[in-house]
Design a protein around this ligand. Structure first.
Ligand code: NAD
Length: 336
């Protein structure tokens, strides 16, 4: 795959020096191993948002406002929302988390969303998914004013995406696009395979990659000969939620591989199979009892041309894109 230019700081493993994951039977000339880390871009986006928020605060006397709604006691959802709130605080964005008990009725939730829709101080409303059984997420998301849909999953936002018209874009997929652009990885004309067809990752990402003129194939749990289809890709995206499911047979040598998956793995033997005695992973196991890994076997760094790490890749961009969308919603609503 052609790559036009690269920022100097990229960690490139010289092919004459064994990489961390060498020894998996790939030809020496296939070993390129560039990690597409997400931190530099995520920090850059957040810094731009921080500066613009400070500017509008000074010139307009107002800052963007984001409300996160949490229904029930899902531990991961609590952690995600807290980290979103923390990001808001660090960038000068006003934020609040509104919590409801698991048994909340649709009408109670709707009343809150209506109130937030009407509140001019609020620019972004995000309903943390999944919702408890009994609340239909499609129905609930559709109650949000599309102008405040900073998660980019309202049917109106998704319609604008399909039309390739400006609008609020789904955060994780937009993060993938921004990451590819940051590393100047061409999409136009490339064979692209996306594994996963969810409404928050796979489908919007497939639409975005199509808008960028990639030739996109979407795979899912019913796809036949998945590995063969994936191995045709110049650019392969894994978004399925299955730890290290994507092995060497899925990857064309030199392909760009984007790993969206975030899976916690607690089995020590399994962790050591993928990461050897890597001290960071050992520390995770000792301190937290698990480590996070993606849908792609990380040893594929020896076969893929480029691979996003987990953690430290796409995941870091999701919150950065949410912050950018909140500022964007603020500006659009005020016609700035
Ligand atoms: P999901 O469960 O809604 O969808 C998974 C998709 O993968 C489905 O479309 C399914 O058809 C497909 N799939 C599952 N098993 C498959 C198989 N064996 N073969 C082929 N396809 C298969 O998940 P999601 O919400 O789209 O999330 C996917 C992954 O991305 C998860 O690991 C999630 O944690 C992660 N994620 C990360 C971020 C981030 O910020 N980086 C954001 C959202 C989701």
């Amino acid at each position: 795959m052609e790559i036009e230019t690269f920022p100097d700081y990229l960690p490139r493993l010289p092919s004459d020096q064994p990489g961390m994951y060498n020894g998996h039977g790939f030809r020496e000339e296939d070993v390129m191993g560039v990690w597409l880390e997400g931190k530099t871009l995520a920090e850059k986006i957040k810094e731009e948002v921080r500066q613009e928020v400070a500017l509008v605060k000074e010139s307009k006397g107002a800052v963007p406002g984001l409300v996160g709604i949490l229904v029930g006691e899902n531990r991961s959802s609590q952690v995600y929302l807290k980290s979103k709130e923390k990001a808001c605080q660090s960038l000068g964005i006003w934020s609040e988390i509104v919590t409801f008990p698991a048994g909340t009725s649709a009408s109670e939730l709707r009343a809150k969303i209506d109130e937030l829709n009407k509140n001019d101080r609020i620019d972004g409303i995000l309903v943390q998914l999944p919702l408890p059984a009994g609340l239909n997420p499609h129905e609930v998301i559709a109650w949000i004013d599309p102008d405040k849909d900073v998660d980019g999953i309202h049917p109106y936002s998704l319609g604008l995406l399909l039309e390739n018209q400006p609008g609020l874009r789904t955060c994780t997929p937009q993060g993938v696009i921004e990451l590819l652009k940051f590393y100047q990885i061409p999409i136009a004309g490339k064979d692209v395979v996306v594994i996963g067809r969810s409404l928050i990752v796979g489908k919007p990402l497939a639409a975005m990659l199509t808008n960028e003129n990639g030739t996109v194939t979407v795979c899912h749990s019913k796809t036949k000969d998945l590995a063969q289809v994936a191995a045709r890709a110049d650019l392969l995206v894994a978004a399925m939620g299955k730890a290290a499911f994507v092995g060497p047979e899925f990857v064309k040598p030199g392909a760009v591989v984007v790993d969206v998956g975030i899976n916690s793995v607690s089995d020590k033997a399994r962790v050591e199979e993928f990461f050897g005695q890597d001290p960071k992973r050992q520390k995770d196991l000792q301190e937290k009892g698990y480590t996070l890994m993606g849908d792609v076997d990380p040893r594929l760094i020896d076969k893929a041309g480029y691979l996003t790490p987990v953690p430290g890749g796409v995941g870091l961009l999701t919150i950065a894109m949410l912050m950018k969308n909140t500022l964007e919603a603020f500006k659009r609503r005020r016609k700035l």
